[in-house]
Design a protein around this ligand. Sequence first.
Ligand code: GLA
Length: 728
Amino acid sequence: MGIVFNAEFGIFKLDAGNTTYAFMADENKYLAHLYYGPHLSTDNLKVLYRPQVRAFCPYPEDRSPICSPDMFPQEFGTNGVGDYRASSAVIRDINGHTAVNPKYRSHKIYAGKPQLAGLPATFGDEKETETLEISLFDEFLQAEFILLYSVFANINTISRSIKVINHGKNPLHIEKLSSCTLDFYDGDFDFIHLWGSHCRERHVERTELIHGVNSINSGRGLSSHQHNPFFALAEKDVTENHGRIYGVALVYSGNFLVEAEKDQFNQVRTQIGINPWNFGWELTPGESFQAPEALLTVSNAGLQGMSHNFHDAIRQHLLRSYWRNLKRPILVNNWEATYFNFNTEKLISVAKDAAKLGIEMLVLDDGWFGKRADDTTSLGDWFVWEEKLPGGFDYLVKEVNKLGLKFGLWFEPEMVSEKSELYKKHPDWCLQIPGRVRSLGRNQMVLDLSRPEVVDYLFETISKILSSANIEYIKWDANRHLTEVASALATPERQCETTHRFVLGMYQLHERLLERFPKLLIEGCSGGGGRFDAGMLYYVPQIWTSDDSDAIERLKIQYGTSLVYPCSTMGAHVSDSPNHQTGRVTPFETRGVVAMSGTFGYELDLNKMDEHEQSCIKQQVKDYHKYNHIVAQGDLYRLTDPFSALTYVVWMQVTKDKSEFLLSYVQRRRIPHEPIFSVRLAGLDAGKNYRNTATGEVLSGEMLMNAGFMLPGLIYDGDSMQFHFVAE
Ligand code: GLA
């Protein structure tokens, strides 16, 4: 780790783990990007600076030597002054001008890493991180841009963010402020991103980066099921474990925009940040605006290398929950077991069976509050529905605790039903444009979390419930996207700030609840995995990955999610068969194998389990305790790609010290007389011998990785196996 400034050439060299990132303040005070890739020991990087000028590439009249800002990679994309690629900022002054052209002014290098006001961000102490703060100044706008770069010891990741300060006498209006510009001299890349829908989140798409702008975004107020705030640029030969790949993830949970632009010279400009669509921010004199953080990584070891870098950075420097390194309790959630149809007696009877089977926590999902008999009512009324749950939580939680189980509860804090006490009292607390027809989603509206009194109300009511009984977990849901975004409090000039202020309000609510209940385990959720992003992971160590709990569909969803996010963050449960989303029948064992690569739990009616199912649960509970440290703390190796492997899907997790591994395989579809299938394992110590703990068979790491492991044939669609090996 280290950040070095070479004053002779104005070059900044940032070493993060085995990688180097470099740029220079050139003679004209532009920040010219020089390099991002595997570690370079030399600091003679000036040779990488190649300013040029060509026809139709304008250059500033005061610039010497002549060179066009359109023609070299930069750390900040100027706007309207000759660089036609996607800009980092668009700022309108009082005269309506929107050009932005800040120049290098000064820098600071220091140990540690500052937190970003009001926003989630990676952290590290003074031994683990070092930060470079660059100040750029636009004399014309009297605006300062502070670019922050932090490196982490032994982690191949850097974080970047940007803040703008208005030092002038007049207000400025931010129309766009990207968190990070990452440029390349040439762009023979593929663009990889995660797309999807409700119940089909984070499928992987890889396409050739075409000339023009390749772009994904969310304008839904939440990071969304549809696109994830992440992209990768992979060189053409990149495979799972080979080739140069760059990955960028945004630590933000609201509207975002990714732009990857390949220009006329095959240069590539990328931007990631808050989506400028329907966004704006008034910056009065003296005020500043902080854009969210982006995490950047590069690997020469393909998708696997990129994922390992992200997983390590997230686990060590982003998850800050009390629970981040703790084994999470095996839970049973009543949603798919009962939906709204439960009462105290039913819950206690489920808890009794759960206790017998070794399950550690009962989670009561939707339907416990207000008069919530179905999804048309009561959101916002966060008080217990005593008629449904006589004795309230005081009684229920004590009974559940007596059985040795923890208790958890579902909330959907950001929403309100028209049929609710809250709406009756505060009809102006929801997002709406007066006079316009409102859009509903699942019959509900979105609360205006840009208003402090709304956040206060939620903090008070949720805290009251959490203090009323021993509630140790909450599932924090958000079941619709934002529409007619407008706040009754905002002035006309500031209406376009509402979506971002909503996100800041949501973060503040998390922050305050965690301050008050530091040991609370929060599981994020938004109709399944509609807000699975690095921003949320700062507050919640796990997120319900998808409302599709079908094990076979989950193979793709969890694979895609794992490109960026570690297994320990993926909520995964064994649910009913036939599955409620797909109608597919899958063996109980397979549902366990797939869920065990996440946080693990159950989402079915434990009172209805037959003997075989009960014995499966007992075995799975044992396995979870035996394997969870490998899954949660180890490295994931994806051995086949479920988007192309129609039959077998195979993956493994290996402990960091390579002393133990868990190999999982699922036969998606049986093909008669299929060729015998062996798979080369990965991530082992070639010099070690590994013993299969079920059979006693000993095989060397060298053999398993070079010759492969013979997978026994399976008979039916959906069959699976799991193998546990320890080094001798
Ligand atoms: C969302 C969640 C589900 C469940 C329901 C309850 O869809 O993703 O897991 O909690 O809400 O209404």
